[in-house]
Design a protein around this ligand. Structure first.
Ligand code: TYD
Length: 399
């Protein structure tokens, strides 16, 4: 396997087996043609980069059927409002032109728009882009590639003050191409700000369900610093976030930009990553062991619940659940159904294991003995909402 950035050879260190598309919720008639790929991961010691090996093409995942909408979580809407305010206060006090990569249903663009910034977004999934357009937000239904940028924004060369993204950059296999697009657009003083699930949090929680087809990379501060250095950019700040079970917000500026200096915390953070083996293969090998133990524990737990004749249902048909269910080989014999709020998923079946997805409203008249919280990263919001449920919650991570 090759490092997707430097092209040097790297070794696969863990194989999760055959996986379907994480967001490939499907109808019964589609079972026989379901797409699977081998999901395995490797690590480039050269640039400290954790990456997927094989993966489906982005076009196969981000299209008119893509069923993830940012506005599905009130907590996330609030988070994007705070994200936008943070960008404004720290990097864009005087207004300016902003582009969002992977703008989904326009949740974050709306906040920039309300603040009076000139904003447009790139969103290749028609399902999400349509919603964004319906809010009158300037949306290109395209991937953010160097070619698309040059084609759609010919007049914006070196004119964009900030490019922002959230939970998107790790989705892009051709990161080099994306960085070229950023380079084309940003002014000399411009910043590229994005936040992504953090490798350190994944290791700490053994939340291996962060690994799925859409997450080509799981970044750390060390990897982001090394990647951007290759392209004449510098990492100036890394700010931890609680979203998605632990994320990191990165701020990138042009190397020659002397006005933005490296945050004092950064060297300390890098040292901490070294101590935790986030920058080398040892961290990967411990993580692998932890994943294998987590799988055994989960199977044991579910087997013991089922032996007692109890009912288990899932909560939140997340992309992450696809990794857990397929890696641990858990199906409808153990989990009766998964409740979810997304109309595009309801009445379909989970990818690979074909567990029925039901409307969350049915949960209230069918309280099961146990609920597997697949959307564990939204636990505060969900526990608050579901305080009437007196059965037992559990998950493969601590909740
Ligand atoms: P998220 O963890 O954001 O998704 P992913 O792993 O796909 O990135 O969870 C989103 C899914 O969880 C989505 O299908 C909606 C569902 N969900 C509920 O059903 N109820 C809720 O209260 C929340 C917050 C999410």
């Amino acid at each position: 396997m090759r490092c997707k950035i430097t092209k040097s050879k790297i070794n696969e260190f863990m194989n999760f087996g055959q996986m379907p598309l994480a967001n490939g919720f499907l109808n019964k008639e589609e079972f026989k043609d379901e797409f699977f790929y081998k999901m395995s991961v490797g690590f480039s010691e050269e640039i400290s980069l954790f990456q997927l090996n094989d993966h489906p093409s982005p076009q196969k995942m981000f299209n008119e059927k893509y069923p993830f909408f940012t506005s599905g979580s009130k907590f996330m809407i609030n988070h994007f409002s705070e994200y936008c305010t943070w960008v404004k206060n720290n990097y864009l006090k005087n207004g300016g032109k902003v582009i969002e990569i992977g703008s989904n249903d326009g949740t974050m663009m709306q906040f920039f728009n309300n603040f009076g910034y000139e904003i447009c977004g790139f969103e290749p999934s028609k399902s999400a882009a349509d919603i964004s357009k319906s809010k009158n937000l300037n949306t290109f239904e395209e991937f953010f590639t160097e070619n698309n940028v040059k084609d759609k924004l010919k007049n914006s060369k070196y004119k964009i003050d900030a490019i922002v993204a959230a939970n998107v950059i790790c989705h892009v296999p051709n990161l080099i191409d994306l960085i070229k697009g950023v380079d084309y657009l940003l002014t000399k003083k411009g910043v590229f700000i994005f936040e992504e699930p953090y490798l350190g949090s994944m290791y700490e929680k053994t939340s291996y369900d962060q690994i799925y087809d859409e997450h080509i990379f799981i970044f750390s501060i060390s990897s982001i610093m090394k990647i951007f250095e290759l392209f004449n950019f510098k990492l100036v700040e890394a700010v931890p976030q609680i979203t998605h079970g632990g994320s990191m917000r990165y701020v990138i500026a042009r190397k020659e930009n002397d006005e933005i200096v490296e945050n004092l915390n950064l060297q300390k953070q890098l040292l901490h990553e070294k101590k935790k083996n986030l920058d080398n293969i040892d961290g990967c090998l411990s993580f692998k062991k932890n994943c294998e133990n987590s799988k055994l524990n989960l199977i044991e737990k579910i087997t013991s619940i089922k032996k007692k004749g109890k009912i288990i249902c899932g909560y939140g048909a997340t992309s992450k659940s696809t990794t857990v269910l397929n890696y641990c080989d858990i199906g409808e014999e153990s989990i009766d159904c998964i409740y979810d709020t997304t109309p595009e998923k309801i009445n379909k079946f989970s990818p690979g294991k074909h567990i029925p997805i039901k409307d969350f409203k049915e949960f209230y008249s069918n309280y099961p003995d146990y609920v597997y919280l697949f959307a564990w990263n939204h636990k505060e919001e969900i526990f608050k909402k579901e305080s009437d449920y007196k059965g037992k919650w559990f998950s493969h991570v601590e909740i």
